[in-house]
Design a protein around this ligand. Structure first.
Ligand code: SF4
Length: 245
């Protein structure tokens, strides 16, 4: 049940456990709570089914308790990392869910582009900030991004994750890393053949993704950017564009 005191969470899908496919928690068994709705519309978004309002009929307004019961069922009641992703999970009321899970020994990671800050960011275990580079056709509001860091108050483990498609994105990534030298930086090549919503197992140009990965490794090493970590999207290598894995 949702009400003013217990606002509902708009959920696109809950799945797992599987492994986290990218960034600072790569390889870690995780249950995913993917929320519906995003204040961005990146040109290469790989989660359009959780962004495009045309798919809102597939989203479900769930109480924090209902979300929690699903997480418990998927994890067999054994504490696991819960990834709050989207869409932009920062626009959902997730505070209660996090408190509930912490009470039972679960940990929570949230990934957001950094456009909306919430006080409860300080309650997270891991906060991954993933500002979107020029190829996304979005514009970063750095003041809003700074507000996310302020809200987190250095309490969660934090990281910057940047998708890089081309030279402009690479320059943007370097600029973002220079702005936030306190944050570890994770770079990943973009998937230029993202899944289309409704196509459960869409074509992926894996050779192209790997070429971009090699290009990125070369670029980082030639540049002597030795603080950056370059990672592929592990789930893409394993399962291509398949959803819910
Ligand atoms: S911020 Fe993320 S979920 Fe939102 S449109 Fe961009 S890539 Fe998609």
């Amino acid at each position: 049940m949702t009400c003013a005191l217990h606002p509902g969470i708009r959920v696109s899908e809950i799945f797992g456990p599987t492994i986290q496919g990218e960034g600072v928690l790569i390889g870690l068994p995780t249950v995913f709570v993917r929320t519906g709705g995003c204040d961005y519309r990146c040109s290469w978004c790989d989660s359009l089914h959780a962004v495009d309002r045309r798919f809102r009929h597939d989203w479900e307004m769930m109480s924090p308790d209902a979300v929690w019961q699903k997480v418990i069922a998927l994890s067999g009641g054994q504490p696991v990392m819960v990834s709050l992703s989207g869409g932009n999970p920062a626009i959902q009321p997730l505070s209660q869910l996090i408190d509930r899970g912490h009470g039972e020994g679960y940990r929570f990671a949230l990934e957001t582009q950094g456009s909306v800050s919430k006080q409860w960011f300080a309650d997270l275990d891991v906060l991954v900030l993933s500002p979107k580079p020029p190829s996304s056709e979005m514009t970063t509001d750095w003041a809003a991004f700074d507000a996310c860091l302020e809200a987190a108050q250095d309490k969660p483990q934090m990281a910057l994750k940047l998708v890089v498609f081309d030279d402009d994105d690479y320059a943007y990534a370097k600029d973002a890393a220079a702005r936030y030298p306190q944050l570890p930086v994770y770079l990943q090549p973009g998937n230029h053949t993202p899944p289309r919503p409704g196509d459960e197992d869409a074509f992926i140009d894996m050779a192209g993704v790997m070429r971009r990965m090699e290009w990125l490794v070369e670029k980082v090493t030639r540049d002597r950017w030795f603080e950056a970590r370059v990672l592929p999207q592990l789930h893409v290598l394993l399962w291509g564009n398949r959803r819910g894995v």
